[in-house]
Design a binder for this molecule. Structure first.
Ligand SMILES: N[C@@H](CCC(=O)N[C@@H](CS)C(=O)NCC(=O)O)C(=O)O
Length: 203
């Protein structure tokens, strides 16, 4: 089994944090996105979408999509239950993880990919207007998240879950995207510091 990874990229980081929370270690290979190695023939044969992360199982099965990889390991190692326990919790975790992906992670990615000069090669075409369109969406969603986090410790409830991982990585990704966290979002800041104190987030 091997995980194709890149230390500086946010989607592979989600998977690494998840694995660290589960206490799972496995062989990894770095695919240098800075050098565009995701476009190589060797990596394209593994993932024709040329994106990271990708997990190759011993029988040759390839699993891409960060959350699909997390699901695979969750089924093998159910504790801690990062996708929630029981129908109600699982639905809330799914809802919040998707909210984090669609309303935070993706808009931050669009700002980074379409406005950062270092992304010219990777993001073709770069559409600066699309980057600018997403900037206020990030701030709008963070305001909603702040109101939610006033009433509970973690994004989907009282337990740390995959939705916290997605949100935490998205917020760290704001830095290279040159997006600033507003001072007044005290609950988001408190939650981000709390999650950042977990050893797994160093992964
Ligand atoms: N939906 C995919 C997104 C994967 C993705 O976009 N990965 C980025 C790194 S964070 C990538 O490989 N980018 C390379 C490129 O755009 O060429 C997932 O969740 O894994």
């Amino acid at each position: 089994m091997k995980l194709y990874d890149f230390a500086r990229a946010p989607n592979p980081r989600r998977t690494r944090i998840f694995l660290a929370e589960k206490g799972v270690t496995l062989p990894t290979e770095q695919v240098d996105l800075g050098a565009m190695h995701q476009k190589s023939a060797a990596y394209t044969a593994i993932n024709p979408l040329q994106r990271l992360p990708a997990l190759v199982l011993d029988d040759g099965t390839v699993i891409t999509e960060s959350i699909a990889i997390c699901r695979y390991f969750d089924a093998l190692h159910p504790e801690p239950p990062l996708f929630g326990r029981g129908a109600r919790e699982a639905a809330l975790v799914e809802m919040w993880n998707r909210r984090m992906e669609l309303n935070l992670f993706m808009p931050v990615s669009f700002v980074f990919r379409h406005l950062h000069p270092a992304m010219k090669e990777m993001q073709k075409p770069q559409v600066p207007e699309w980057g600018e369109t997403n900037r206020p969406l990030v701030l709008e969603f963070l305001g909603l998240l702040d109101r939610e986090l006033a009433n509970r410790r973690f994004v989907a409830g009282d337990m740390f879950t995959v939705a916290d991982i997605t949100g935490f990585v998205a917020i760290d990704f704001m830095k290279p995207a040159k997006l600033v966290m507003p001072e007044q979002l005290t609950y988001v800041r408190r939650w981000h510091a709390d999650v950042g104190a977990r050893p797994s987030t160093a992964a």
